[in-house]
Every structure is written in C-alpha cells, then in structure tokens.
Design a protein around this ligand. Structure first.
Ligand code: ADP
Ligand code: MG
Length: 622
C-alpha cells in the first residue's frame, strides 16, 4: 500500500494555527499590543477602521527589529522571547510562542515597518496570506508599525462570522482596556475611523483606571494593598453602591497579564458578601504579583485562564485583604441607622419587592402621614415622584432626605408603576364586583382568566414585554414615536466605552423617541424621552441596553432596533411582584392577544398557558 501521510505546506499550517490565535479583530489587537509592550515601548498607538475589520494598526516606539529579524518574525515558532523549555517558568514577556505574526500574516494583508535605534534605515515588508510580496529599505522612526488589513480576506466563512461593528469594536476596546490597565506607565491611544476614542498618558494606576472608566470612577475606588510572602495585591475595588449589573469592571492582572479566574472572583464576592443587592457585581481592578514559577500560563494562546500552585492560600489572602479595605474605609458596617442611605436601600427594597407599599403613604387621604417617618426608604421611587408632585403639605418635609440621594441610585430601584389605587378599597368592593370580574392575579405573577375551553394563565411580566416590544418595534420601524420633552434635561454619566455604545445606537434611540442634546465622552444629556417612559426609568433603560449589547453579543443578523425594542421592553415591563388591579389585568390580557405573536415573549419564553376543562376534569378523576 502506498504511503498517504504528507507534511502540510507552511501556509496551510499557518492558516490552521491562525484559527486558534485569531478569532476576531480584537485578537489581532491583543497580539500586536503585547508585542509592542514586549519591545519595551513607552508609547503605543492603536488605529482601527471598521472596528478592525478593514484595518488594525499598532505603532510603537519600542526597540524595533533588524532586517533579518523583521523577516524571521513572520515564521512560525520564531520568537526572541524564549530559548529553552526552562524559560517557560521564568516568563517576563507576554509572548513566547512565536505564532502570532505568522498566523496573522496567513489570513490578512500585513505591512510591517520597523527600525532599531542604532540603524539609519528601517525595513518595510508586505505579506499577503503568508506570501512575502515585497521587502524594501524604508525611512521610518525608531520602533515598529504593523498594519493588518482585510482580516480573513482569504477565509470568507470566518469573515462572515464576524459580528456587527458595534460588537467587534466592543471586543477591541475590552482588549485595549485590559492591556492599558495592566501597564499604566505606558502611554496608549486608540483611534477609530479617524476619531480619537482614548488618549491615556503614562500615569499611576489610579489615574489609569479613572482615565479608562471615566472621571466619576475616582470617587468609587477603595484602595487594596497587601503584601505577603506568596502574593502581593494592589489596586482597587469599587464601593458596593457602585456595583454594576454587568461584570464589565472586573479585572485581575497577574504579573501584568489580564487573567480570568472564577475562583479568585469568588474570593472577591465573598469579601463583598451582604453588601450587594441581588444581580449586581462588584467592580475590581486588582494587580496580583506572584513568583512566575508558581503559575502556569502555558495554556491555549487566546485563553486567559491561569493555574496557580496554591490557589487556596491566594483565595484567603485576597478575600481578607479586600474585606479589610472595605472595613477600613467604613464601607462594611452598614447596619447602623445613620449610615449611607444608598446602602440601605437595596436591603429595604429587596425585602419589600413583593409588596405594594403604595397604600401606606397615600398622602391625600392620610392625615397621619407624619407618623410614617420610620421607613422612608421603603417608598419606591415611582410613588415618591407621584407624591412630591402633589400640592405642598407637611408630609413633604419627610422626604427631604430622599431628595438628596444620588439620582442614579433612585433610578435603579424605580419600577414602572401604574397609577395605583389603594388596595384597601378593592377589599371592600370585592363582594359587589365578584360576578363581573373576569381576571384574577395569582401571586402577583400570573393573570388568570377563564376562556371558553377552560382556563388561561398569563405570565404578567413576559406578556407585558411582548406588548411593549411589538409597540416599540412598530414605532422604531415607522419612525413615528412621539417624544415627551423634558423640562429639565437628564444628565447621566457613563464610562467612555458605554457612551460609545449609545453613540452607535443613537439614531435608533432617536427613532424610539429619545432626544439627546449631547452625547460626549463620559456623559449623555437627554432632553426628550419616548412617551410612556417615565423619567425615573431613563437611566435604567440605557443601562439595560448597554448591558444587553455587552452580554448578549447579538449575532450577525443583529438589528439595532430589534435589540433596542427588546431591551426597552425588558426594562419597562411590569415586573413579577407587582399587584395589578382588574383594569390593568384586563388591559394586559387584551393587548397581549392583539399582538402578532402573543404566545412568546421577545426572548422566546412562553407568555401564557391554557388548562382545558378536560385537563381539569382528568385531575379530578381519582
Ligand atoms: P512572540 O511574541 O510569541 O515571540 P510573535 O509572532 O508575536 O511571537 O512575534 C515574533 C517575534 O517578532 C517576537 O519574538 C519579536 O522578537 C518580534 N516582534 C514582534 N513584534 C515586535 C515589535 N512590535 N517590536 C519589536 N519586535 C517585535
Ligand atoms: Mg507576540
């Protein structure tokens, strides 16, 4: 029998390797930035076109390459960083595989310009799909510039697999942030389609975190410092009240390398135990320094997991040092009455979530309102607004404290509220209305009604999402949403990256009825909101939207209006736990069945079920 095994040609092997190293523009960004850092650059510039799909260019002022090295750098397993297997245990560089440039050159058009300080002239190389097209001498400043154009030009399937520019740019900025945060002493800048997104001067760690995440971050940060024999920890955690719905502000760097470690993340969560409301995540920016011998980073090239020799000890040190910092900065003990109301609110809110506190504070009818001073934080913002608009009365003074609370915090707990009728009233009326009633609410979660064939049970939250979603989508596509002008513009602070997302979606948000007077670096000023969106909900809607773009990473059929409609429907829909009066219940029922697709929520979850009389009878058989 003839032999059938062959060695793969280099360019094929490189393409296969590229499949592992390069998934998207952000992977190229990571590799190029890391090479620049390994070359001891003090200034690094990242230039992108179309979220990196058309161009990723990294320019550094590092040590550059000789003519021979420039050419060799594109060979597989060509590296200047390790010489023997032992070196793997003493790594002080980011790269060591010698795979990145070879892989990138296999699937893109690459242009390299590089010059060492002592040389007069530099080297210019053009490579397309692993083939060197030209090599020339060039006049170029000290350092290296690598341009990667038309990523995946020769693998259409992978190119089509790329997500929308919004999503890809998000991945790129995440990568850029990770590298920039790990190296505050290096200056970084980032440009996209000709405009500057970030310009980060060489600085200390605190300034770097603030420059990346926005000036408002400064007040959030609590320093963490600890030095033991096995581990040095330094950096910051965010104060609990600034915790986020997303995990976008969670960073561990081990020896200046961004890593993900669910185990160590758990240690931080443990330190924050009892301080966070449900569904919120602490922010942290922590640098861990350990002996390189005690870690194994020799894993998959693009993965960020890491193996430590003694995880348990690290866990304990990390947890106690974070706890210590929170305690030292007076953040942990929140139980005394005078403490920060921002911190109390989550607890009160959490406990009260299933109730309707409205009845207790209906000022118009309650002459004893003055006695209700004890639990101001149990009043949800929705009601609170309603009451502060009522004619001035004594009771107003009771809420003075609440007014001064951060607007953002209030918003976080606001919910959509119907004009609420005191529940007590319906208790008295029940008997008379009994026969007319066609719907009931079960556990403040389901609306139950009878239909010809039996019984109908509707999930109130999902149903309302469906209703809102279809309405919003209609408004968005017909571009005929009505805007409600605000008397006082709302000013919301966001991180620079978050503002980018809003910018990308701005025109859709405007079709939905939003009106912006400014969308600039770290803040958004809103002058109009869609009719039906309460002012108090605006920041929630936008935060939810950002977190949806971040988390759901929409697929390539990603339609901004669909995403927006889904996200807004999610934020604005009536929640489980909300009491609905008969009118409201009926309204949901009728509007749901007027929908095009009443049976599922916008995220494809069942909105209602039916129980036929047959089903019910079967249950009574035995
Ligand atoms: P690795 O970083 O794992 O060594 P790469 O393929 O990323 O592999 O790079 C190959 C080699 O090219 C590096 O080891 C380095 O010597 C050289 N090189 C790459 N980028 C630069 C740069 N920006 N400045 C100087 N040398 C570089
Ligand atoms: Mg490298």
């Amino acid at each position: 029998m003839s032999d059938i095994i062959q060695l793969l040609p280099d360019h094929v092997a490189n393409q296969i390797a590229a499949g592992e190293v390069v998934q998207r523009p952000a992977s190229v960004v990571k590799e190029l930035l890391e090479n620049a850092i390994d070359a001891n650059a003090s200034e690094i510039k990242l230039i992108l076109k179309d979220a990196g799909k058309t161009l990723v260019q990294v320019i550094d002022n590092g040590k550059g390459m000789s003519v021979t090295d420039a050419r060799l750098s594109f060979e597989r397993h060509a590296t200047s960083k390790i010489r023997s297997a032992e070196d793997l245990f003493q790594l002080h560089t980011k790269g060591f595989r010698g795979e990145a440039l070879a892989s990138i050159a296999a699937i893109a058009h690459v242009e390299l310009k590089t010059k060492q300080d002592r040389d007069e002239l530099g080297t210019h190389i053009l490579i397309e799909g692993s083939t060197v097209k030209s090599q020339e001498v060039v006049v170029t400043p000290k350092g290296t510039s690598v341009s990667v154009k038309n990523l995946f030009f020769n693998i259409p399937a992978r190119r089509n697999f790329l997500k929308s520019n919004t999503v890809e740019l998000r991945h790129v900025s995440d990568e850029f942030h990770r590298v920039a945060l790990a190296h505050p002493n290096i200056g970084f800048s980032m440009y996209h389609n000709g405009s500057e997104l970030f310009s980060l001067q060489s600085s200390n760690y605190r300034q770097r975190v603030v420059n990346v995440f926005g000036t408002k971050t400064n007040e959030k940060l609590v320093p963490v410092e600890e030095e033991t024999e096995v581990l040095k920890v330094s950096g910051f955690v965010g104060k609990p009240e600034f915790s986020k719905k997303t995990k976008s502000e969670q960073f561990f760097f081990v020896n200046h390398r961004f890593v993900k470690s669910p185990y160590l993340n758990h240690a931080i969560n443990a330190a924050f135990e009892g301080l966070l409301k449900e569904g919120y995540h602490p922010s942290y920016f922590l640098n861990l320094t350990v002996d390189p011998k005690t870690i194994d980073i020799n894993i998959h090239p693009t993965k960020t997991e890491i193996k430590f020799d003694d995880e348990h000890t690290l866990y304990a040190i990390l947890r106690s040092s974070v706890k210590h910092s929170l305690g030292q900065f007076n953040i942990a003990p929140v139980l005394d009455f005078e403490s920060n109301t921002n911190l109390d609110t989550p607890y009160d809110y959490k406990d009260k979530a299933g109730k309707t506190p409205t009845i207790e504070v209906d000022s118009t009818f309650n002459p004893f309102a003055n006695e209700r001073t004890v639990a101001p934080s149990s009043i949800r913002h929705g009601q609170q607004r309603q009451y502060t608009k009522a004619p001035a009365a004594n009771w107003e003074s009771l809420y003075v404290g609440l007014e001064s609370k951060g607007n953002k915090v209030q918003n976080d707990f606001a919910e959509v509220t119907f004009e609420s009728h005191p529940e007590t009233a319906s208790i008295f009326k029940t008997e008379d209305v009994e026969q007319e009633k066609t719907t009931y609410q079960l556990r403040q979660k389901y609306i139950v009604s009878t239909i010809k064939s039996g019984m109908l049970i509707i999930d109130q939250n999902r149903a309302h999402q469906r209703i809102l979603y279809e309405n919003l989508l209609k408004q968005l596509t017909s571009k005929e949403a009505t805007t409600q002008q605000l008397l006082f513009p709302i000013n919301i602070g966001f991180s620079i990256a978050d503002v980018q997302i809003i910018k990308q979606l701005q025109s859709d948000l405007e079709f939905a009825g939003f009106e912006f007077s400014e969308v600039k670096e770290e803040q958004v000023i809103i002058t109009g909101v869609p009719v039906g969106v309460p002012e108090s909900e605006v920041s929630i809607v936008l935060e939810q939207l950002i977190s949806d773009v971040e988390n759901d990473v929409p697929d390539q059929n990603f339609s901004a209006s669909d995403l927006l409609a889904k996200s807004m429907a999610k934020s604005l829909a009536i929640k489980t736990g909300q009491t609905l009066n008969s009118e409201e219940q009926e309204h949901i029922l009728n509007s749901l069945f007027a929908c095009k697709e009443p049976s599922v929520s916008p995220t494809n979850k069942t909105t209602f079920i039916t129980l036929s009389v047959d089903d019910i009878e079967k249950k009574f058989m035995s």
